[in-house]
Design a protein around this ligand. Sequence first.
Ligand SMILES: [Zn+2]
Length: 276
Amino acid sequence: MTDAAALPGQPRGGVLSGPATARAVNVLAPNASAMTLDGTNTWILSEPGSAEAVVVDPGPLDEGHLQHVVDTAEKAGKRVALTLLTHGHPDHAGGAARFAELTATRVRALDPALRLGDEGLGAGDVVAVDGLELRVVPTPGHTADSLCFHLPADRAVLTGDTILGRGTTVVAHPDGRLGDYLDTLRRLRSLTVDDGVHTVLPGHGPVLDDAQGAVEYYLAHRAHRLAQVETAVEDGHRTPGEIVAHVYADVDRSLWPAAELSVRAQLDYLREHGLI
Ligand SMILES: [Zn+2]
């Protein structure tokens, strides 16, 4: 889900479908919309020369897309051995059960309700499949169950909806919380500064080659929006709907319901910090 506020200085990138790094191949799902940008990015990850692959976010329940993911892996000589989810929104996870059936794999996610099999995913977990190593980074904020996957060998991070290839994401109140999201962005910044991550492999939109720039842009955007909401309240706008109409006047109206979720999360944050 995106809140679509494109500000100047937005990072640019490439790759919508096909190989993105040495270990990551994108298969774009045919579910483009204002909320999903070009569609959901389903990621096939594997070590070069290996026989087994991991799929992150099978995408929506779309039989053609799920089969295309299986075929893409097979054409590369890989068998899908495991399915992972960045979070439970249906454009990422709706096809997971069917995909697990097609590939006879387990599904691992933070939310127990999304898992198939008895293995979850959490802080500090390392997922290792046929030479590929992924480190699990809890990144709540877009949703409470959001995870990112650090792919150290490619100096890359798979961000789901926590960072998108274009625009910015929604803090999906009440499940998503702004304080969590800001902590998450700082955690991702440390991944870029301390762990040398360069590349963002997002859940929607193009690959970003300047991960640190993307994180800084998101932090600046959130601070900018928060100041706008605070000012709107001071100017007498009271309901979330009024604040959206005021602060998001330049954003397409089809995105206002999503913007309202972010506004509600921001109002909670401002109240919790005694700012309004
Ligand atoms: Zn989402």
